[in-house]
Design a protein around this ligand. Structure first.
Ligand SMILES: Nc1ncnc2c1ncn2[C@@H]1O[C@H](COP(=O)(O)OP(=O)(O)OP(=O)(O)O)[C@@H](O)[C@H]1O
Ligand SMILES: [Mg+2]
Length: 457
C-alpha cells in the first residue's frame, strides 16, 4: 500500500480511537495526539518538549528508552480511562532514537476479572518454573556484618550440618527468609538433591493437598491419567521449603502434621504408603505463637516445626548494613537494568539510613532500582538525593487510628499502604500486587481481612 506523499505523523495518529505519544531518546515529548491531550487535560504547549517522567511518572516508555525493548499489551490507566497499551522503541540505523507509545481503547472492565484469574494462574506456573531450579543462593549471598544477622547466619550454618532437623524461619517480608532456606540446603549434605519450594499462600486450598502429596489416576475430575507425584515425593532425598506456612488452612495443617509424625503419606486417591526422606524448612512472616493462641495454627504442628528457629532481623534493626547492601546490590542491578550507576552520595545514603524499611531488603532493592534508572536517565553514575524524591511519598504514609500496640500499628499501616496503592492503581489488583511485590492471593486475603471496599473492587 502506498501512502499519499506528505502524510504527516499527526495525520496518521490524530484519531480518537487511540492515544499516541512519540518521545525522543531522552524521554522528551516530540509529538502527542489530541485524544491524549484531552485525557490529560493539557494543551500541546504544556506537554511537547517536556520529560515524560514529569507528565506520567509510571510511563513504560521510560523503561523502553532504557532497555531498547518493546513492552506490548500492558494495562495503562489514566484519569479513569483504562487502556491496553504498547510502547515500542524507535530504532534508526541500529540506534535507539526514541519511543512510540500508543493505546488501544477497550472496555477492560469485563476483561479485568478474566485477566486477574489468568495472572493468578500465570503466577502459579511461574512459581512452578522457579521451583524447577534447585537452590540458587549460598551463605555468601547473605550480606550483613551486623551482629543480629551474623548470629542468625551462624545458627543457620549449624542447622545445615544436621540434614534432618526441621527449621522454622521467621521474619518480616523481604528480610531474606528464602535466601536462608536456599543457603541451608546448599551447605548441607543434601545439596546435590532437589530443593523444592512450595508457596502455601499461592496455591488454592483445594489444590494444596494434591500439590504436596500427589494423586493417583481418577482421584478427582481433571486429574492426569497417569496420576502425579507431589512435592514431597519430588523432594525425596533433598529439602522441601514450605514458604508462607502461616497461610496453610487448618485442615491442611493436620495432614502435614501426620506426615511429619509418620514421614510417610498416601497420594490422593491412592492406597499405597509412600515413605520419603526430606528435610522440612518452613518460613513465615506471621507470629505463629499468636496464631496458636487464636486457634488459627495447630499447636502440635507448631511444636513439630519449631525445632530450630531462625529469627531474621528486619533491615531497620541493622541499618548499619545499608552501605554494604548498596555496594552489593548496585552491580547486580546494573547488570539487570543495563544501567551504569556505581556510586552513591553520603546524603543519599543518609536518606536510606533514616528510612524505616517496612519492606526490608526487597524494598531496598526496589528503591535502588528506581533511583538508578533515574540517575542513569540523567547520565549520572551516582545516586544523589534528588533520585530518591519518590521515597517521600512512602515516608508520608499516615499511621493514625491505631491503639499503639505494635501488631495493630503494623496492621493499620499495612492496611493504609495497601489501600493507597489500590487507589493509585485504580483498584487494579494485579498492578497493586506487582508494585507491593506480594502475591495476588495474599493481596486478596488482605483486602478481605481489612474489609477494604470500593465499587471498583
Ligand atoms: N541479607 C541479604 N543480602 C542480600 N540480599 C538479600 C538479603 N536479604 C534479602 N535479600 C534480597 O531481598 C529480596 C527478598 O529476599 P527473600 O525473598 O529471601 O525475602 P523473604 O523474607 O522470603 O520475603 P517474603 O516474606 O516477602 O517472602 C531478594 O531479592 C533477596 O535476594
Ligand atoms: Mg519469601
Amino acid at each position: 500500500m502506498v501512502l499519499e506523499k506528505g502524510l504527516l505523523v499527526s495525520d496518521l495518529l490524530d484519531n480518537n480511537a487511540m492515544v499516541a505519544i512519540v518521545l525522543d531518546r531522552n524521554g522528551s515529548v516530540l509529538f502527542i495526539n489530541k485524544t491524549y491531550l484531552v485525557i490529560l487535560g493539557k494543551t500541546e504547549e504544556e506537554i511537547v518538549g517536556k520529560f515524560i517522567g514529569d507528565i506520567t511518572p509510571e510511563s513504560r516508555a521510560i523503561i523502553v528508552l532504557k532497555t531498547g525493548k518493546a513492552i506490548v499489551g500492558y494495562n495503562w490507566s489514566i484519569n479513569g480511562y483504562k487502556m491496553i497499551a504498547c510502547a515500542l522503541p524507535l530504532i534508526k540505523n541500529g540506534e535507539l532514537v526514541g519511543c512510540f507509545a500508543y493505546s488501544l481503547f477497550m472496555d477492560i472492565w469485563d476483561a479485568k476479572d478474566l485477566m486477574e484469574n489468568l495472572m493468578f494462574e500465570l503466577n502459579m506456573y511461574k512459581n512452578e518454573v522457579h521451583n524447577l531450579h534447585s537452590a540458587r543462593y549460598t551463605f555468601a549471598d547473605i550480606i550483613g556484618q551486623a551482629q543480629a544477622i551474623q548470629n542468625v547466619k551462624n545458627l543457620a550454618q549449624k542447622a545445615a550440618l544436621h540434614p534432618s532437623i526441621t527449621v522454622l524461619i521467621n521474619g518480616d517480608s523481604g528480610t531474606g527468609k528464602e535466601l536462608f532456606a536456599h543457603a541451608i540446603h546448599k551447605a548441607s549434605s543434601r545439596s546435590k538433591l532437589p530443593f523444592i519450594r512450595v508457596n502455601c499462600a499461592a496455591i488454592p486450598e483445594n489444590l494444596l493437598e494434591a500439590e504436596l502429596f500427589g494423586y493417583e489416576e481418577g482421584a478427582f475430575t481433571g486429574a492426569r491419567k497417569s496420576g502425579s507425584p507431589g512435592k514431597f515425593e519430588l523432594a525425596n532425598g533433598g529439602t522441601i521449603f514450605l514458604d508462607e506456612i502461616g497461610e496453610m488452612s487448618y485442615l491442611m495443617q493436620s495432614k502435614l502434621l501426620v506426615f511429619l509424625q509418620e514421614r510417610e503419606f498416601e497420594r490422593l486417591g491412592g492406597h499405597r504408603p509412600i515413605r520419603v526422606n526430606v528435610r522440612v524448612i518452613a518460613a513465615t512472616n506471621r507470629n505463629l505463637e499468636m496464631m496458636v493462641e487464636q486457634n488459627k495454627f495447630r499447636e502440635d504442628l507448631f511444636y513439630r516445626i519449631n525445632v530450630l528457629r531462625l529469627e531474621i532481623p528486619s533491615l531497620r534493626d541493622r541499618i548499619e548494613d545499608i552501605p554494604l547492601l548498596v555496594k552489593y546490590l548496585t552491580p547486580k542491578i546494573n547488570i539487570n537494568l543495563r544501567t551504569n550507576v556505581t556510586d552513591i552520595t553520603d546524603d543519599a545514603l543518609g536518606i536510606l539510613s533514616k528510612y524505616n524499611w517496612p519492606g526490608n531488603v526487597r524494598e531496598l532493592e526496589n528503591v535502588l532500582e528506581r533511583s538508578m534508572i533515574l540517575a542513569d536517565m540523567e547520565r549520572s553514575s551516582t545516586i544523589s538525593p534528588n533520585h530518591l524524591g519518590f521515597m517521600k511519598v512512602k515516608l508520608d504514609y499516615p499511621c493514625s487510628g491505631s491503639s499503639g500496640k505494635l501488631k495493630e500499628v503494623l496492621e493499620e499501616y499495612e492496611k493504609q499502604v495497601i489501600t493507597k496503592v489500590l487507589e493509585e492503581t485504580r483498584y487494579n489488583k494485579v498492578k497493586t500486587a506487582t508494585i507491593l511485590d506480594i502475591d495476588i492471593s495474599w493481596l486478596y486475603k488482605k483486602i478481605k481481612k481489612f474489609g477494604i471496599t470500593s465499587h471498583n473492587l
